[in-house]
Design a protein around this ligand. Structure first.
Ligand SMILES: Cc1cc2nc3c(=O)[nH]c(=O)nc-3n(C[C@H](O)[C@H](O)[C@H](O)COP(=O)(O)O)c2cc1C
Length: 412
């Protein structure tokens, strides 16, 4: 029997001021300095709120993404710290959710509990935590640590999140001095695990799982697998939402869509392509001819699901190393008219590939404002996306239940 739909689409936006595509900041229509322009972020946040988007999501790494010549050819090495940025945006907006990334491997549970409780208070109940285990060895080095193996990171994540939740509960009972009682009791928990250990973790802890899915059959398989795991651990499948990544790009014609895609592909500098693949695959590609096929990739402690996806994609399409990077970096773009984009979203939603989407816009600001002006009204007309924020906090707006620990520590 198919799982019940959650009643309407949920929409989040992953915000890099430089645009979602790695070469987005170089697009002729992009804001070149967007990454470190705070007023620009306020403008984008208020635009998203005008479109009743559920949440802004701020990704984060605890070290620059790689090193070497690619670093200064991307626009992401310098960035705002997520909780600081979102606390600022809380003052510029009234309803939109504010989801910050926080590492369970390198941050202490007490810090995490305190910071997210504080963000929840400053924003009057709009905080979310994107739980990450931090895959890069450079992140470990920045904390004076050696990298932690993949499955061990998830074990640490379990004990960290248990501790954070216990602290939030204690704060509500006045027993965690220095930690504010979060307005939502528990800020909304986001997670993106896609390996076996990652899915297991998500099924037990997440309210929202976001995921990188490239086609509807794959998205449906992932959706069914996660919902089944959720049921198996005694939670209700509709209490865990699944949001695949989606990069909408409104265009009037097919030619315009192809033109944007070719421009973005052509703007991926080869140093960036090389570095991006190196970091994802945990492999040194210095001196490797990018026009040759991908070399053998030994298993590493980086993202397992990302590695498998890249290897499969290279094999299926017989890509050179360069084409693989270019293809992967543009692969979540859905370009088309507002009707075509809404059709895509509705199909994935109704076919149980998605409860919502974690969107990003390849460059900024035009694709974002086009989405708000042209696609959101189409979703409203179809009755699959709400017109206004109905709840008083993020959890309510997403239709998620409260998650207090039951007596004895069993998770709701
Ligand atoms: C859309 C998206 C955004 C992500 N953002 C971050 C991030 O900001 N910081 C981070 O350390 N990991 C981020 N990740 C990586 C995940 O936290 C996780 O490591 C990844 O999905 C691999 O999980 P796996 O090892 O279970 O396959 C992101 C993943 C996805 C799909």
């Amino acid at each position: 029997m198919p799982h019940a739909l959650i009643g309407r689409l949920a929409l989040g936006v992953l915000l890099h001021g430089s645009g979602g595509h790695w070469a987005g900041w170089r697009h002729p229509q992009a804001s070149l300095s967007g990454q470190l322009d705070y007023p620009f972020h306020e403008f984008l946040a208020t635009e998203l709120e005008r479109g009743r988007i559920d949440a802004i999501f701020r990704p984060d790494l605890l070290a620059p993404w790689g090193e070497g010549p690619g670093l200064n050819k991307g626009a992401r090495a310098d960035h705002f710290e997520p909780i600081t940025l979102l606390a600022g945006l809380a003052g510029a907006t009234d309803h939109i959710g504010l989801v910050a990334t926080g590492s369970t491997t390198y941050w202490q549970a007490h810090q995490l509990a305190g910071r997210f409780a504080s963000l929840d208070t400053v924003s009057a109940g709009r905080a979310g935590w994107n739980i990450v285990t931090s895959v890069l060895p450079q992140e470990a080095a920045n904390f004076g640590r050696t990298p932690v193996p993949h499955d061990m990171r998830y074990k640490l994540a379990e004990s960290c999140v248990d501790e954070v939740r216990t602290l939030w509960e204690a704060a509500h009972r006045g027993r965690a001095p220095g930690i504010l009682p979060p307005v939502q009791e528990h800020p909304v928990l986001f997670q993106a695990g896609a390996s076996a250990a990652g899915i297991d973790f998500a099924a037990r802890y997440a309210d929202v799982v976001f995921t990188d899915q490239r086609d509807l059959p794959g998205a449906r398989r992932f959706y069914a697998e996660v919902k089944e795991r959720v049921r198996a651990v005694g939670r209700r499948p509709e209490h865990v939402q699944i949001w695949p990544a989606l990069w909408p790009l409104v265009t009037r014609t097919e030619a315009e869509a192809q033109d944007h895609l070719a421009t973005l592909r052509g703007l991926v500098h080869e140093d960036v392509a090389r570095q991006w693949l190196q970091e994802n695959l945990g492999l040194d590609l210095t001196g490797h001819d990018l026009d040759a096929p991908l070399p053998e990739i030994p298993p590493t402690d980086r993202s397992q699901s990302r590695r498998e996806l890249l290897i499969r994609m290279a094999r299926e399409h017989d890509f050179t190393t360069r084409r693989l990077a270019e293809h992967f970096l543009s692969g979540q773009i859905v370009a088309g008219t507002p009707t075509q984009i809404a059709d895509h979203m509705q199909e994935w939603y109704e076919e149980r590939g998605a409860d919502g989407f974690m969107m990003s816009f390849p460059f900024l600001p035009r694709p974002l404002t086009d989405f708000v002006d042209l696609v959101v009204p189409e979703l409203w007309r179809r009755g699959i996306f709400p017109h206004s924020y109905e709840g008083s906090d993020l959890r309510q707006n997403l239709g998620l239940p409260r998650r207090a620990l039951a007596a004895g520590g069993a998770r709701a």
